[in-house]
Design a protein around this ligand. Structure first.
Ligand code: FES
Length: 157
């Protein structure tokens, strides 16, 4: 995962490329996050202008969905599932361990910029709970020990 600085020209091009789609707002937000690694606050007036929405409407959708982040992520993005099946398989222990190991709370990036920790609510991997996604790759049965192994593997990168 690599983040890019916000660029108004590219941002507007992305918005325009998707604005004709049905329910264009979500595809636009996903495309912006895909390109920049996050949805910059500066994109809100651009989207509002292109889609003829109020800034509050755009902002409301961004904050409603947990998927969208408002700041550039760290080099690695670690998502821990907090939905019911994972919680019932001791996902809370994995969650607490992730916060300690990465030295970041949910929605935060570690001070060294290496890790961003995010909650997710079901990764469709309930049979192998607790689940995590690291840099877009799904992992099952992520105990604290397994999480350590996965993070250890990232340390050299
Ligand atoms: S509840 Fe965690 S993967 Fe479904």
């Amino acid at each position: 995962m690599s983040a890019r600085d916000w660029n108004p020209e590219i941002g507007r091009d992305i918005v325009r490329a998707h604005k004709k789609l049905d329910g264009a707002l979500l595809p636009i937000l996903h495309a912006l996050q895909e390109h920049f690694g996050y949805v910059d606050a500066a994109s809100v007036p651009v989207i509002a202008d292109e889609l003829n929405l109020s800034r509050a409407e755009v902002h409301g959708v961004i904050t409603f969905y947990h998927d969208f982040r408002d700041h550039a992520p760290g080099r690695h993005v670690v998502k821990i599932c907090r939905a019911e099946a994972c919680q019932s398989m001791n996902g809370r222990a994995t969650e607490a361990h992730a916060k300690q190991r990465l030295n970041a709370d949910f929605h935060e990036t570690s001070a060294d910029g290496r890790y961003t920790l995010e909650p997710v609510y079901c990764l469709g991997n309930c049979a192998c709970a607790p689940s995590a996604m690291i840099d877009g790759k799904l992992h099952g049965r992520v105990t604290p020990k397994r999480l350590d192994q996965l993070i250890d593997a990232l340390e050299s990168r």
